[in-house]
Design a protein around this ligand. Structure first.
Ligand code: GLP
Length: 331
């Protein structure tokens, strides 16, 4: 039932152990498309649920919303309905929820999760936890503290699923979020509200606030899988993987976590150094396509026309082996 090869694809490998990932501080796996990646993630989750069932243990999952995990949830529902995977031993904690928002609201994450996952599986309703967008402002703080406590009481999150927002947020931990942050309220950035505006039929309808697990809450998870699909995530993914740890891009905090894997489709991975300019990382296959790409890149980088590029330019920019193959820049 569980495809072990697919699940094994996401096995954690410590960053810094391989030549080709020189610039990368987060382990990542590049898949052909989001569908392949989602199925691998779903099978990883299923494998953990089954392993925990065998030991008669509960499996605590941290879940995300947004468009990214939709196919993961579809595959989990299929595994339940067609292949009998049971979720009776599963306890879930969702990352975040808009505030204020009613559970009945179709834009609420409460609704999203029931629609896309919970209604299709046999999870016990009392095992589902989603930050409560319906509490009064007076109750809010206590409700966040209780959420955090409940996660700890149940032994912490075994596997946390994450998407990434274009501000670099995880959950709704917007730029500026503290490393030690816990479940709390947060004011959403304009870009986040803009990205949500289609779902709410206009930015003016997107709540200004949300409740989110904190960075620390997320980093306490035993295993983290973050997925990113599409070109519009490429820039922030490059910064998250190759950049320094900074509160300006909260995803970079994952560099502190020693069991995190990012699953990227080829588009989301397209700005990584090893994909965009592989000659800067290690020896490169100098086929026609790479040659043209590299020379055009070099000419733009040093701001010279191709005919004016010198041996020095090639040597200083990771292209000395191309030069060695052809004699000199003139050739
Ligand atoms: C929202 C959620 C995040 C999610 C992000 C990306 O901001 N709170 O948890 O990762 O959206 O959404 P999408 O997967 O649709 O790109």
């Amino acid at each position: 039932m569980i495809d072990q090869t697919k699940a094994a694809l996401l096995e954690y490998k410590a960053p810094g152990s391989f030549e080709e990932t020189r610039y990368e501080k987060l382990h990542n796996v590049i898949v052909n498309n989001s569908s392949d990646g989602s199925i691998a993630i779903a099978h990883c989750i299923a494998k953990l649920i089954l392993a925990k069932q065998k030991k008669k243990e509960t499996c605590v999952l941290g879940l995300a919303t947004g468009s990214s995990p939709l196919s993961v949830y579809r595959e989990l529902v299929r595994l339940h309905q067609e292949e009998g995977l049971s979720f009776k031993n599963v306890i879930t904690f969702n990352l975040d929820e808009y505030y204020p928002i009613s559970k009945e609201d179709v834009q609420s994450y409460y609704h999203f999760m029931h629609q896309n996952l919970f209604n299709g599986i046999d999870i016990e309703p009392e095992n589902i936890h989603i930050p409560n967008g319906e509490v009064t402002p007076e109750e809010l703080r206590a409700s966040c503290i209780a959420y955090e406590k409940k996660i700890k009481k149940l032994g912490g999150i075994d596997l946390q699923i994450l998407g990434i927002g274009r501000t670099g947020h995880i959950g709704f931990n917007e730029p500026g979020s503290h490393l030690n942050s816990q479940t709390r309220t947060i004011t959403l950035d304009h870009l986040t509200r803009f990205d949500a505006s289609a779902a709410f039929q206009g930015i003016e309808n997107v709540p200004r606030k949300a409740i989110t697990m904190g960075i620390q809450t997320i980093l306490n998870a035993k295993r983290i899988l973050l997925m990113a699909w599409g070109t519009y995530k490429a820039e922030i993914i490059q910064k998250a993987i190759e950049g320094k740890i900074t509160d300006k891009i909260p995803t970079t905090y994952l560099q502190y976590h020693k069991n995190t894997t990012l699953i990227l489709d080829t588009e989301a991975a397209s700005e990584l150094t090893r994909i965009k300019t592989p000659w800067l990382v290690s020896s490169c296959d100098w086929n026609e396509a790479n040659r043209s790409k590299a020379i055009a890149w070099l000419s733009e980088r040093v701001n010279k026309s191709i005919l004016k590029l010198t041996d020095e330019d090639y040597n200083q920019n990771g292209m000395s082996d191309l030069l060695a193959q052809h004699g000199s820049s003139y050739d």
